[in-house]
Design a protein around this ligand. Structure first.
Ligand code: GLV
Length: 320
């Protein structure tokens, strides 16, 4: 059997592929073009991919022998799941193992945004911190403790963010599809959450339903002192509307790990704003977590090649 991998996986995980299976790995650190993946899967039984690869129906058509698509990511919005199901291809993903890391990165952005940490560092590095500028109002931020946290999407990551908020003595609101009981937190509708929260943090998957769910109307409901944090997927937020809300002072700031277009184009107006903390999609980027994700990814791959049910399958309806 043969596998094409669009990346070298961290921690040497591809070495776990045993049993006479050949593996063709894209050798660069960055992603290959779509045409390269199409060529790579022409005679392949399995595809290993990541969230930057667009895996649509046309691409799958180039791999008629594919028995499994195994993605190293929890989010699978880059994959046409319906097409994979139609073609009888199970799609693996890597939930669970990144929950605490992503919650930690969300919290890092919450605190960094409210305390203006990256802006303050730029200030210092630029040589603007002088005796003359040392006023008692220099770079004042806002307290997170005791304020209201609004969690949009209360899956495992949202719940891990909520658990950490207990230590900050926060009132915790959340909105979620369907009723859900979470101790110490109150389920409310999205509009109420946006009106009441001092920090709004997004933890929902990107789907047709959630695309653009935070647009200009939603941003206009937020307090002028509130922050928006996004470690989920860029397109959940209408980025142009967010830029407008940040520039006009409709909201106080944002901490953003994910963007409509990644890598973030260097001409993005976001880069001109001081009240945003911007990081390059690092929500799961720790040594341990990326290694666990890679191992899970290979476990899904091997199960698929053996014709067994994937331990973590994003389109379980393929088995119906
Ligand atoms: C990364 O963004 C993931 O979905 O795991």
């Amino acid at each position: 059997m043969h596998v094409f991998a669009s990346r070298r996986l961290p921690g040497g995980a591809l070495d776990l592929i045993k049993g006479g299976i050949t593996v063709d790995v894209w050798p660069e650190p960055g992603p290959p073009d779509k045409a390269v993946i199409m060529e790579g899967i022409a005679g392949a039984d399995g595809l290993v991919c990541v969230w930057t690869d667009e895996i649509d129906d046309a691409l799958m058509a180039a791999g008629p022998g594919l028995k499994v698509i195994s993605q190293m990511a929890v989010g699978v919005d880059n994959i046409d799941l319906a097409a994979a199901t139609r073609r009888g291809i199970p799609v693996g993903n890597t939930p669970g193992v990144l929950v605490d890391t992503t919650a930690e990165v969300a919290w890092t952005l919450i605190l960094a945004t409210a305390h203006r940490i990256t802006e303050a560092e730029r200030y210092l590095r630029d040589g603007r911190w002088t005796r003359e500028t040392t006023s008692l109002e220099l770079l004042l931020g806002r307290d997170v403790y005791g304020s209201t946290l609004g969690i949009v999407g209360m899956g495992p990551i949202g719940q891990a963010v909520a658990a950490r908020a207990q230590g900050f003595d926060m009132r915790i609101l959340y909105s979620s599809r369907g009723r859900k009981e979470v101790a110490g937190a109150e389920q409310v509708d999205l509009d109420y959450l946006l009106r009441e929260s001092d920090v709004v943090t997004i933890h929902t998957a990107l789907t047709e339903e959630t695309k653009g769910m935070i647009g200009s109307r939603e941003l206009s409901l937020m307090k002028p002192t509130a922050y928006l944090i996004n470690t989920a997927r860029g397109p959940v937020v209408d980025e142009a509307a967010l830029i407008e809300a940040l520039s006009s002072g409709q909201i106080a700031g944002a901490g953003i790990d994910v963007f409509e277009t990644e890598p973030l184009p260097m001409d993005s107006p976001l880069l001109q704003l001081q009240n945003v903390v911007l990081v390059p999609h690092i929500g799961s980027a720790t040594v341990t977590t990326r290694s666990k994700m890679a191992t899970l990814c290979v476990e899904n791959l091997m199960a698929g090649l053996r014709g067994e049910r994937l331990p973590n399958c994003a389109n379980p309806e393929v088995y119906e």
